[in-house]
Design a protein around this ligand. Structure first.
Ligand code: AMP
Length: 204
């Protein structure tokens, strides 16, 4: 069964020291989500692509939910600058909450924190750990080949027999924002992976 997308989490870099085109991409993703009436869920940061996607969504009249661990970061966004800011106890709770709030995930250029979130969210789809066992797709969006290395690694894993064919499409590439949203909509289903019974919503 396919359901209308209500929210997408955006995982992206917190660094300000990046090519302005990355900040622009993040801002345009925010605008597009607002225009599609899709709530943007993210890590509640103020800096880098994180701040840019939040400001882009808000400026276009959209909804932003930030989820941030209390006391861990000094560069969080001000609660009044976004629609909702949830403060949680730690990083594990934060990621679980972001996944729960989202129908799918867009990965923009980022560093280790971004990689962690992308691969964990995809693994939860593989294992059926998302709420109600839902399949929540992950789309890696870039315009300059930033994610080519990640897709090459996934292909290598598949060729080596380490990544199952049915799981290859959990993480997909996109070069355009509307393509990313369409891919998430197409892959967001209630199918429960056959090898996980019953579906659970708690993970690592
Ligand atoms: P990174 O790619 O290493 O910059 O990490 C970005 C990802 O990790 C984001 O999607 C956030 O969820 C989380 N993160 C890293 N730094 C921060 C920060 N200063 N404030 C909030 N979240 C952060």
């Amino acid at each position: 069964m396919v359901k209308k997308l209500r929210s997408i989490a955006v995982f992206c870099g917190s660094s300000n020291n990046v090519d302005p085109s990355y900040l622009d991409l993040a801002s345009r993703v925010g605008t597009a989500l607002a225009q599609a009436d899709i709530t943007m869920v993210y890590g509640g940061g103020h800096s880098g692509l994180m701040g840019a996607v939040a400001r882009g969504t808000m400026a276009a009249g959209g909804c932003v939910t930030g989820v941030i661990p209390g006391g861990l970061f000094t560069n969080g966004i001000e609660a009044g600058d976004i629609t909702t800011l949830e403060v949680v106890d730690d990083m594990h709770e934060r990621k679980a909450r972001m996944y729960d709030l989202s129908d799918g995930f867009i990965g923009l250029p980022g560093g280790l924190g971004t990689f962690e979130e992308i691969f964990e969210a995809a693994t939860w789809t593989q294992l059926g750990l998302h709420s109600e066992g839902r399949t929540k797709p992950v789309v890696l969006l870039d315009q300059d080949g930033f994610w080519d290395g990640a897709h090459a690694l996934l292909a290598r894993s598949f060729e080596a027999g380490l990544l199952r064919e049915k799981n290859v499409s959990i993480i997909q590439p996109a070069k355009a924002i509307d393509e990313a949203i369409t891919l998430i909509q197409a892959g967001f289903t209630h199918e429960t992976p056959a090898f996980v019974t019953p579906p659970r919503n708690k993970g690592a």
